[in-house]
Design a protein around this ligand. Sequence first.
Ligand SMILES: O=C(O)CCC(=O)C(=O)O
Ligand SMILES: [Fe+2]
Length: 229
Amino acid sequence: MLLQIPDILTPKQVALCRSKLDGADWADGRITAGYQSAKTKDNLQLPENSPVARELGALVLDALAKNSTFFSAALPRRIYPPLFNCYRGGQSFGFHVDNAVRYDRSAGPRPEPVRTDVSATLFLSAPDDYDGGELIIEDTFGTQRVKLPAGHMVLYPGTSLHQVTPVTRGARIASFFWLQSMLRDDGQRRTMFDLDLSIRQLTQATPDHPALVRLTGVYHNLLRRWADT
Ligand SMILES: O=C(O)CCC(=O)C(=O)O
Ligand SMILES: [Fe+2]
């Protein structure tokens, strides 16, 4: 499932991020690339342990925690600390599939493995401020080209082939991260997301319908059956 979620960050939060990122100490993006993707990766990234990355990463995590659509679609179990990247001057990232497991070294002495079930890009540049820089995602749902307003985010399966096209004018700044879901399987996540949306719509339309109790029970019983926690 590919899902666009608007307004993860408010315009004020985006402006705060940009004020810290525009003058930040960017490094070569290959610092987090695997062997294969390093060959096609040409961008800039904030080092994971830089104070700006940590501060803004916490801001993004806080915003995600308040977003019920994100929770419903991703059913997160572990979120890799958000990273920040920048493409400019023709930079791009060719087709690749993200590494299956990332090791979160921020939590303590022992690295915490995070299976990358879901990938996310949170846009921090307005689309009019740069040319190119489309995130192209190829999967069984076809080819999708994504370029969103600042503050909006796209979620897509970690299993997908994807690329970022060359940025030929301006700069494309974004936060990106991965998460391990309670549901490893994309189809199961999709089913639970649809079920949750349907229950919410029915609750709005007929709040006292007796079948809602049973239907909500079905949601939780499916999650109990499938979730790995
Ligand atoms: O910049 C993006 O939107 C995606 C970055 C990406 O695919 C990666 O770093 O693996
Ligand atoms: Fe990627």
